[in-house]
Design a protein around this ligand. Structure first.
Ligand SMILES: NC(=O)c1ccc[n+]([C@@H]2O[C@H](COP(=O)([O-])OP(=O)(O)OC[C@H]3O[C@@H](n4cnc5c(N)ncnc54)[C@H](O)[C@@H]3O)[C@@H](O)[C@H]2O)c1
Length: 371
């Protein structure tokens, strides 16, 4: 097809292959993956096997610059380890051929690097950059966002997100075991939740207080003589500019949970809750009380592939494709500013744990020498 949008995937580990499968489910919309770049032969092979089963011939590179120089792709997905996002993004943004980019979360591991990417991208209005904060698209979360934006709950005052789940999975070369590679647990995975809190609160964060530790997981693991330093549980409180408050309750040794995420948003009129993976939303008001609480099943009939994240990656691609096809007429649904602020909250939380005090967002945004 002449107007096929050609994708390249940089990093074809677990998430890169997940993108490959999602894009295959979008093939009737005129998309094709034509190239991959990954230095790890087993990852290349697994991606090649998948592409073969989809009848997609792939050009394989071990280096992202070769993929960019090949000129084969219109769009690139960056799904490499977090600490590599910065350099890869800068190489994409500074490349003479424009490539639209979907970069996995977190945007980068430090605020300084995120800001440099934001500045560089400003000079390339011909490139769309979307950040992979895909929890926004999970059907129960999307439904709760719709309810909150519709004003049913009134002025949002409190947003509590509980993530109780299994420990971090094993990754290629164990990159996710160390803060220096991942940005720290509160950046690496919790940027999703800080992004959601900011959406629900409809305001930017002002300051963050956190308490957390490495109490149960990874204590008996050693890589190159080093024990992992990533925390496995935390409480984080975030204050927003408009007086709303957010709270994260993270536990990564909670396999015995019915839901992985439980989100509660309370306004001055009512309360909404979302449960993942039960895919349920609850909605009540102060006036109607407990008897008036409704339970709604959240579904999205557009999803053709649930995958690892309850259909959110599929919807993320659908939105990004629509922005690409709009040729500048539509901004990416999750932009670089969203990516930057979600990292800034995570960094502030990590510093708060180290220093045992409130950390302001201004402090982390202004400090070019800190994380
Ligand atoms: N959206 C989500 O909820 C979600 C879920 C999981 C992972 N992620 C993100 O996806 C990214 C990848 O995570 P993963 O779980 O797939 O890790 P992974 O270890 O399974 O895969 C990473 C792959 O990137 C390759 N790689 C490393 N350096 C590279 C480079 N410079 N150029 C090209 N390839 C390179 C590795 O060889 C490996 O194959 C991370 O940023 C992670 O945070 C997001």
């Amino acid at each position: 097809m002449a107007n096929t949008v050609k994708y390249g995937i940089i990093g074809v580990g677990m998430m890169g292959r997940e993108h490959l499968i999602n894009l295959h489910h979008l093939r009737d919309q005129g998309v094709a993956v034509v190239s991959i770049a990954d230095p790890h032969i087993p990852s290349q092979q697994l991606a090649l096997n998948l592409a073969q089963s989809f009848h997609w011939p792939l050009k394989v590179f071990s280096e992202h610059k070769e993929l960019l120089d090949s000129g084969l792709c219109d769009v690139v997905i960056v799904s490499t380890p977090n600490m590599t996002h910065y350099q890869i993004l800068m190489d994409i943004i500074n490349h003479s051929k424009p490539h639209h980019v979907l970069v996995e979360k977190p945007l980068c591991t430090t605020v300084t690097d995120c800001k440099k990417v934001v500045d560089a991208a400003r000079k390339r209005p011909d490139i769309l950059v979307q950040v992979g904060l895909e929890y926004r698209y999970m059907p129960p979360v999307a439904k709760l966002i719709e309810i909150v934006k519709g004003g049913t709950l009134g002025q949002v005052k409190m947003v509590a997100i509980r993530e109780h789940r299994f420990p971090f999975l094993i990754k290629v070369n164990n990159w996710n075991r160390f803060n220096v590679n991942s940005g720290g647990t509160l950046v690496e995975k919790c940027c999703h939740f800080f992004d959601l809190m900011r959406l629900f609160a409809d305001a930017n964060p002002v300051r963050v207080m956190a308490s957390g530790a490495i109490d149960v997981n990874h204590k008996d693991e050693i890589y190159d003589g080093k024990v992992p330093d990533i925390i496995d549980n935390a409480y984080v409180i975030i204050e927003f500019e408009n007086g709303s408050r957010g709270m994260l309750d993270l536990c990564m040794f909670a396999e015995g949970s019915k839901n992985e995420q439980e989100i509660s948003v309370v306004g001055d009129i009512g309360k909404g809750e979302a449960f993942v993976p039960e895919s349920i939303v609850r909605l009540g008001t102060r006036v109607a009380g407990r008897d008036g609480v409704q339970t709604l099943k959240a579904e999205d009939s557009r999803i053709k592939y649930d995958g690892l994240h309850h259909g959110s990656s599929y919807l993320e691609h659908l939105h990004f494709l629509s922005a690409i096809r709009a040729k500048g007429g539509q901004a990416p649904a999750v932009d670089l500013q969203d990516g930057l602020i979600s990292v800034a909250i995570g960094v502030a939380a990590q510093i708060s744990i180290e220093k045992a005090r409130f950390v302001t967002i201004k402090e982390v945004m202004d400090d070019h020498n800190s994380k």
